[in-house]
Design a protein around this ligand. Structure first.
Ligand code: 15L
Length: 275
């Protein structure tokens, strides 16, 4: 991919560095900063040139206060990235997001790129066109936690002037894996373009943008977020015939096929009913 022109940061922090997208972004973000600080609760590969590696749980405020020291931009990709019981989602995604924002405020960080998710709006039907202002319809405890993160970002902007771009990431995979992803797919190169645009756009306040490639079919209208300057270049189209052959039509009686969030809409409940 052609390197993007973007301001160089002194030190960027990437949380969730051991996760799926964290591992994609780790080698790609190095060219945009002098030092890339990488953090996760899980072990990571040792630090290479221009890297710092800090293993730390998001739910530990003191650890986050140390982690945010001398950072001038944050990519918050940490936390659980799939549906889990609420007691797993709460510390990682809700307490964890609060700790990152509060530590960032204390350390004077001006810009956060928050890895939200389209699971904030996953209960809308496929084919409905949504904008960044469409009312949330979370499809999971995970989606609810991302809606909390977007509200947290809005609050920290309104109260403290800290800017965030919340990325409602679709399906960022090497290639689309099913018919739904023909519309929700975000290539890794477009993910990089999105993150760099979100970090470097001059004024963002709190902006929400869908993380999706230039697919022929899409349910998400990003025209309100043009100011971010994200121009996707990839498309899922070359996999269409193959994936539509596997699933020739969308069965409206099955919510996991009908809804934008796919299987997330039917996972759970996890709690046992009382005796
Ligand atoms: C997500 O938010 C997940 O993190 C990812 O693993 C995918 O499953 C994606 O959504 C999706 O719905 O395709």
């Amino acid at each position: 991919m052609t390197p993007l022109s973007a301001p160089r940061f002194k030190r960027l922090l990437l949380t969730g560095a051991a996760g799926n997208l964290g591992r994609v972004l780790r080698p790609r973000m190095k060219r945009y900063c002098d030092v890339l600080r990488l953090s996760d609760i899980a072990p990571m590969d040792p630090a290479g040139a221009g890297e710092e590696v800090v293993q730390a749980p998001l739910q530990d405020l003191a650890a986050m206060q140390a982690l945010l020291k001398d950072v001038d931009g944050v990519l918050h990709f940490g936390g659980v990235s799939v549906e889990k019981p609420f007691d797993v989602v709460l510390p990682a995604n809700i307490v964890g997001a609060y700790n990152v924002y509060e530590a960032a405020r204390q350390r004077g960080v001006k810009r956060i790129v928050f890895a939200s998710s389209h699971h904030v709006i996953g209960f809308y039907s496929q084919g409905e066109t949504l904008t960044p202002q469409s009312a949330p319809r979370p499809d999971s405890y995970y989606g609810l936690s991302k809606a909390f993160g977007e509200n947290l970002a809005q609050f920290y902007f309104d109260r403290y002037g800290m800017e965030t771009v919340s990325l409602r990431i679709g399906s960022s995979w090497p290639m689309p894996a099913d018919r739904r992803m023909l519309s929700s797919w975000l290539s890794y190169d477009d993910l990089e373009r999105l993150v760099v645009a979100a970090l470097s756009a001059p004024i963002v306040g709190h902006s929400v943008i869908y993380g999706v490639s230039d697919n022929r079919s899409t349910w998400w209208d990003n025209s309100m977020s043009r100011h971010i300057g994200f121009r996707p270049e990839d498309s899922s189209e070359r996999w269409r015939a193959e994936l539509e052959a596997v699933q020739p039509y969308v069965d409206p009686s099955r919510p996991e096929l009908r809804c934008q969030g796919g299987q997330f809409v039917t996972q759970g409940p996890f709690e046992k009913a009382p005796e």
